[in-house]
Design a binder for this molecule. Structure first.
Ligand code: MLT
Length: 260
């Protein structure tokens, strides 16, 4: 399976399709397999590149807090290893935070942005405290502590039981250390307003109509920040619209790539 070494750590990725590169980052606490429908059927003309963040899935954990910038640097190392000078970059939820962080680090490598069920806002003080409580809970009691709280909020009421079961299994398989490191990393993230308001590449913003974690109003904030961005609301989907309604997402990705 494809793996590169980032500062001596194995960093795993999956790659499917041919055409314009789209580096896609997964959310919390998942793996690149949360893009299974897109990997199995990549939009025409798109080369999908989907890593597992440090500590998740088949990628090794690095010491310390997994900041969004650190995860973005891993993604940039992957583009270097694949000799890709610039790519479309996107992500779901925490993956969107990483995509924005990558744009902050190296805007010249970002041809366009795909922001799925995510937000540009930083956590407030109460949100940061909740992240720290989650990290400590997971370190003490295992990942079940975060799964039980998050799972009911992730998908729409009408989600297929098989999809729900796959998501739950993926979450329960993650290491408590990785989940704690990423929770603290999300608490430390910066507000993306400055980055998005400066970004001039094509940008697609997508939100599930039933997303209660990063709902429509958060998507609208990003839409207002990025000039010329598109905003699509996907019916019959919650926070994981790419898993619940992959057929609705495919033409949005194809349109974004065509604008590049
Ligand atoms: C995610 O899906 O990545 C998380 O719910 C994001 C977050 O907790 O802010």
């Amino acid at each position: 399976m494809p793996t590169i070494s980032v500062q001596g750590r194995p960093y795993f990725y999956q790659e499917r399709g041919e055409g314009e590169p789209l580096l896609l980052f997964h959310g919390f606490p998942f793996t690149g397999d949360s893009f299974r429908p897109q990997l199995d059927s990549p939009p025409k003309g798109v080369r999908l590149i989907v890593p597992d963040h440090r500590g998740f899935g088949q990628s090794a954990l690095a010491p310390g807090i997994a900041t969004m910038e650190a995860m973005a640097e891993d993604g940039l190392a992957l583009l270097d290893a694949l000799k890709i000078p610039s790519a479309f970059v996107g992500g779901v939820s925490m993956g969107g935070y990483v995509a924005i962080a990558l744009t902050r680090l190296d805007p010249g490598r970002v041809r366009g942005l795909l922001l799925l069920d995510t937000q540009s806002l930083a956590d407030d003080e109460a949100g940061k405290a909740r992240r720290e409580a989650t990290a400590q809970d997971v370190e003490k009691n295992g990942v079940g502590a975060v799964v039980d709280g998050l799972l009911p909020k992730l998908m729409s009421a009408s989600v297929a039981p098989a999809v729900r079961a796959r998501v739950e299994k993926m979450m329960r398989a993650q290491s408590p250390q990785a989940v704690a490191a990423a929770s603290r990393g999300m608490a430390a993230r910066l507000d993306g307003k400055d980055i998005l308001s400066r970004f001039s590449g094509p940008t697609a913003i997508v939100v599930g109509a039933e997303d209660v974690i990063t709902p429509l109003e958060k998507a609208k904030v990003m839409h207002d920040l990025v000039a010329g961005s598109t905003l699509d609301v996907i019916a019959g989907a919650g926070h994981l619209a790419n898993l619940e309604q992959p057929r609705a997402l495919a033409p949005i990705i194809a349109r974004l790539i065509a604008r590049g």
